[in-house]
Design a protein around this ligand. Structure first.
Ligand SMILES: *[C@@H]1O[C@H](CO)[C@@H](O)[C@H](O)[C@H]1NC(C)=O
Ligand SMILES: *[C@@H]1O[C@H](CO)[C@@H](O)[C@H](O)[C@H]1NC(C)=O
Ligand SMILES: *[C@@H]1O[C@H](CO)[C@@H](O)[C@H](O)[C@H]1NC(C)=O
Length: 462
């Protein structure tokens, strides 16, 4: 156990991924960081757990039973409570590479990225076409639409925001994505998978919002570039589960002089006027230790400051154990399937993240499929997830708790000197989490988080 210094530049509370990325990045940039978690494990709400822990967390078994025993060795299970994939050319990957945390982690690509068209038993599940060749083969479109999609994808590849000759005559900074789609004559169903499964928008607002077209095109291009990197899908995922990420950042921070303390309760925040300037805390466990330290700033997940956060929605999530791959995904060892909201009469997309022994998260011949969405009703939550659950076929075990509140900070942090993260949303990729990391970094330091993405030195099994 390290000595606790009388003062830190940054005290971070909670070891969720957002907090771990920030403490790693700030350590690398020379800040002295103390990182605390009240839990005995890394990851906070977004930890990876074994099957026994999962059964116990959800409590769906009878007294005296040990249902996890029939599923092989416990240590073979690393189940994410919040499943997310990384875009192989996305910002999080750049952050991982630029901080060199990749030396502690090994990744493997996700075998497929799929989207659903239509609903019920007649729905089509198909690979998201990422280039002109795939567009022409895709069952998602009719013969003429395939060609229109091909021209659209080719155009996205040549689009340069600064060169108006590539703008198809559109006032690109002032038009809507609808104007762009209309230029290519694309149908609603095509707009739907482009917007939700490629640009990864969670609502349809991007279609009619003015001035959003360059951003949307950039996101579509990021999708294509990410697929091109490793070939099968735009996504990568760490071997042994997402829980490896916070631990990797903890190791990184330690190398740069950061201190990590699990099992530690914050007893009191010290204020100077409105401004938080330090903490009093107790490390519990075998040798209880009380301490006090000054903090240049505090970064925390919302559970540490419920009074400074508001609930903006609820995530519904069902973690399911299967003995077969996800139907329609060409027997993939891993896949993301997005069901765009409008295909199933919803306002929020349904995400399915599926992983298996290929990523060392469960024994051979099992798959873990996690279905999530944002709640739109106050009851019938099972019904809201149903369009996703019905894609799974026979489910061996299903873990679904109460809706999980999504917190957002109510202030920027400039007054209180406490910078809060957002809760994890329902999406099964990291793009929104990375936005939050950058936002907190900007609020807390007044600077943009710049990463030099060399993109080399990341270990990705094909
Ligand atoms: C955007 O378009 C509107 C009309 O469609 C126009 O009045 C406005 O000046 C344009 N803004 C810019 C920045 O070009
Ligand atoms: C496409 O979507 C728009 C906006 O939701 C709607 O107004 C239009 O009728 C739809 N077109 C077709 C052909 O369904
Ligand atoms: C299905 O998977 C096989 C083996 O991985 C691959 O060769 C084939 O191209 C895939 N088919 C489709 C339609 O993606």
């Amino acid at each position: 156990m390290d000595e606790i210094a009388p003062e830190y530049d940054v005290v971070v509370l909670g070891t969720g991924l957002t907090e771990c990325i920030l403490s790693g990045v700030l350590s690398v940039k020379g800040k002295k960081v103390l990182h605390i978690d009240r839990n005995a494990h890394y990851g906070g709400e977004a930890a990876s757990v074994n099957l026994e822990t999962l059964f116990k967390k959800y409590g769906n078994y009878s007294q005296g039973e040990e249902p996890w025993k029939k599923y092989g060795r416990l240590n073979d299970w690393n189940i994410d409570l919040v499943p997310k994939f990384l875009m192989s050319s996305g910002e999080l990957t750049n952050i991982l590479v630029s901080t060199d945390v990749t030396r502690y982690l090994e990744f493997k690509q996700v075998a497929g990225s799929y989207v659903q068209q239509g609903s019920g038993p007649k729905a089509t599940v198909a690979k998201v076409p990422s280039d002109a060749g795939e567009a022409l083969k895709s069952p998602l479109m009719g013969i003429f639409e395939k060609r229109r999609m091909k021209s659209f994808i080719e155009w996205v590849g040549t689009f340069d925001p600064k060169d108006s000759s590539t703008h198809k005559g559109l006032d690109i900074n002032n038009c809507t994505m609808k104007d762009v789609f209309d230029k290519f004559g694309l149908e609603n169903s095509t707009k739907d998978f482009i917007g939700h499964a490629m640009a990864l928008y969670q609502t349809d607002e991007f279609i009619t919002a003015k001035g959003k077209a360059p951003e949307a095109i950039e996101r579509i291009r990021l999708y294509g570039n990410s697929v091109a990197r490793y070939g099968k899908s735009p996504y990568i995922y760490p071997l042994y589960g997402l829980g490896e990420l916070p631990q990797g950042f903890a190791r990184l921070s330690a190398i740069y002089g950061g201190t990590y303390m699990l099992n530690t309760d914050v007893d009191e925040i010290k204020y100077d006027g409105d401004k938080a300037v330090g903490i009093k805390a107790t490390m519990t466990g075998m040798d209880e230790m009380k301490f006090e330290t000054k903090a240049g700033m505090i970064i925390a997940d919302p559970s540490y400051f419920p009074g400074q956060a508001k609930v903006v929605g609820h995530v519904l999530r069902a973690i399911c154990i299967l003995k077969h791959p996800l139907a329609g995904t060409n027997d993939s060892d891993s896949a993301q399937l997005i069901i765009p909201q409008s295909q199933v009469g919803r306002k929020n997309d349904i995400y399915i993240a599926c992983v298996s022994a290929a990523h060392n998260v469960c024994p051979k011949d099992y798959w873990i499929a996690i279905v999530s969405t944002i709640a739109e009703t106050t009851s019938n939550h099972h019904l809201e997830l149903q369009p996703g659950l019905e894609r799974l076929g026979k489910i061996e075990e299903q873990f679904m708790g109460a809706p999980i509140p999504i917190y957002e900070p109510t202030e920027s942090g400039s007054k209180s000197n406490i910078y809060l993260s957002k809760s994890y949303d329902a999406s099964s990729h990291f793009e929104t989490t990375t936005d939050d990391v950058k936002d907190i970094y900007r609020r807390a330091t007044g600077e943009e988080l710049k990463v030099e993405g060399l993109r080399e030195g990341i270990n990705v099994e094909q």
